[in-house]
Design a protein around this ligand. Structure first.
Ligand code: S3P
Length: 160
């Protein structure tokens, strides 16, 4: 068994829910890159984006991911944009088993609607915004060794 599992996927694909359950099943530690960033900076994500910009957030994301890539027996959930940097994709592939989660746009809209904590999804037409952002990330989640759809599926079906 590999030392760690990374969960990747667009926002709202279920990484947090699946990661929590997977860590419980395996009795492994659970880490979340967003959570680690907030802990480190002491400010919530929308504030980091607003004050320091996305580029700064991405630097923190890479730093946190690099550190977590050394933690044994861990399930690591990542922010949807963690796959943007080639360096991050390489780190994950090299140091763990990468699982990609997918969901349909309408399902993502349902899951993330009215969430003030996702600065990249503050848009009037949420569905259009998600489609646009997904297009800019086309192919970037494909390096996952296993890809699981989560739309309309119960957590048991996904994790077991
Ligand atoms: C982002 C996804 C978010 C968070 C930040 C940026 C992205 O995490 O890292 O708002 O660029 O897709 P979740 O995927 O957990 O929502």
């Amino acid at each position: 068994m590999e030392k760690r599992i990374f969960l990747i996927g667009f926002m709202g694909t279920g990484k947090t829910t699946v990661g929590k359950r997977l860590a419980e099943e395996l009795n492994w530690a659970l880490y979340d890159t967003d959570h680690e960033i907030v802990k480190r900076v002491g400010r919530p994500i929308p504030e980091i984006f607003a004050t320091d910009g996305e580029a700064y957030f991405r630097q923190l994301e890479t730093a946190v991911l690099t550190e977590l890539s050394a933690v044994p027996q861990a399930v690591i959930t990542t922010g949807g944009g963690a796959v943007l940097a080639a360096e991050n994709r390489e780190w994950m592939s090299k140091s763990g088993f990468v699982v990609g989660l997918q969901a349909e746009v309408a399902e993502i809209v349902r899951r993330v609607a009215d969430d003030p904590n996702r600065p990249l999804l503050q848009a009037d037409d949420l569905s259009e915004r998600i489609v646009q952002l997904m297009e800019t990330r086309a192919g970037l989640y494909d390096f996952a060794e296993l890809t699981l759809p989560t739309t309309g599926r119960e957590i048991e079906e996904i994790v077991m």
